[in-house]
Design a protein around this ligand. Sequence first.
Ligand SMILES: N[C@@H](CCC(=O)N[C@@H](CS)C(=O)NCC(=O)O)C(=O)O
Length: 590
Amino acid sequence: MKIYTVGGAVRDELLGLPLADRDYVVVGATPAQMIELGFKPVGKDFPVFLHPETHEEYALARTERKTARGYRGFEFHAAPDVTLEQDLARRDLTINAIAKDETGNIIDPFGGGADLKARVLRHVGPAFVEDPVRILRVARFAARLDFAIAPETMRLMREMVANGEADALVAERVWQELSQGLMERQPSRMFRTLAECGALAVVLPELAGQFVGAAGKRTPAALDAAATRGLGLAERFALSMIRADEAAISALCERLRLPQDCRELALLAARYHADIEKSPALQADAVLWLLQNTDALRRPARFMQLLAVCTIDALDAAATSFPAAERLRTALNAAQAVDAGAVAQANREPQRIREQVARARLDAIRRALGAEQSPTKRATKKGKPMIELYTWTTPNGRKVSIMLEELGLPYRAHAINIGQGDQFKPDYVALNPNAKIPSIVDPDGPGGKPYAMMESGAILVYLAGKTGKLLPKSERGKYDALQWLMFQMGHVGPMFGQVHHFLRAAKEPVPYAIERYTKEKDRLYGVLDKRLARHEYLADEYSIADIATYPWVARYEWHKTNLTDFPNVKRWFDAISARPAVQRGMKVPA
Ligand SMILES: N[C@@H](CCC(=O)N[C@@H](CS)C(=O)NCC(=O)O)C(=O)O
């Protein structure tokens, strides 16, 4: 019986790298002999034993025969007559097929030593194509060692992809290799190698877009910078998909069964990195909004990970400071320092506790960030273009003032008193052919030219498009929001409006109309309540659908609704009422 050290331990020793686990091959032994020597059998598919004292792995020399597609489709043959060379021949790369005997002699039948010197990853033999995991392993070794890939090996990898061999890769093996590769010194090399052989588009199609075009320059550099700075796996994975669609991130996480922390951070980074990057320009209320939406107050450690991801994304490896992260850390510290328990105790109206805590946090952030002026004033000083809003103290008007406040866009409100007939004046009808409020004029409209708009729903969609905010970024989320926005425009607004008219403004009581529209209004509350029982907001995240619906529900006393009859609507209503921007928007025009 002869024992050899093999694989990574020999390779790394020759490279002068620190030693990880040692693996051994035993030639000329039977399982019974191993057990007699006190080794513990552990291999399920082929004979592997643990040393009785060191617990290191000792495998009997074996050969392999391909029997089916995929990395499981092998039959093993282990017997005392299998030679060391035969065992080494079944390995993937020459640099992994070097052995060392007990006296320190190197056995290198495939030229692994020369390839180590030349810094080349080269396959051992034609059997390489039999295991698709090898494509991922080569890519991972490229990330680890920064070796070139031998052209003949790259050719084989391309053939494997073209033959559909890579389709047989199972999820857990993909993530196992991907996660190890991400933690290597130069993760970008893994993705470049996979892209070069065509495997990226097949095995990780959701990621492929991140390594071409403009993203293709930024993502690899950011990943390598993350490695230089020693960031963790969740951060590196988030960086690899930071510019991907949220639906693509979810699909990849689902398919490869990624750990929750990786999934959560990747989704947060994709959704909020642009806001975080722009955050130095945000007012205190928008900063609080950002902290709340990223759940920073409850999960500060995860928020720090998010800031680390955004910092790397915004910088190249050499730069050291990212003021946005500094400012958000300051804001988070200030908000965390607010004693929510004390605020709650000092409050006589329990239903207002959330609002009061939010206000206390806002004040703390404002103080910590230094006194800030309102967006309107700031913009005026700097001479930025201002949106003109023509509105009145009604739900349709308030949708737009809330939206403008949420966005922090500079605007000027003009009161169009619809009770006095201002909406019919020719100047106004020139802006809004339907003679209703609200309307806006954006001096910096499409193509940089002034643009006038009517219809509150369309205005909300326009402002969301202009700023990239308050309309979910995922395809699904966007259409969810648009459905509920249309539901508000087509049902909630018109029907609640009829109830208000017949209960408060009709020249004579019309019981039939009151009954008809009240019933319909209650039915609509039921629809909203059901939706909100399963979703925090109408489209999962706070959006223009909520902004459109909120001011109509805020008139619950006008249409004689007891919100406690619709507990989910009430929960949603209270949450939105606590938003400082909503409170400001509801007071426009003053
Ligand atoms: N669908 C329009 C409805 C606008 C609308 O009905 N506005 C009402 C105030 S909430 C109005 O201007 N009423 C004056 C009138 O009818 O003469 C929108 O959402 O913008």
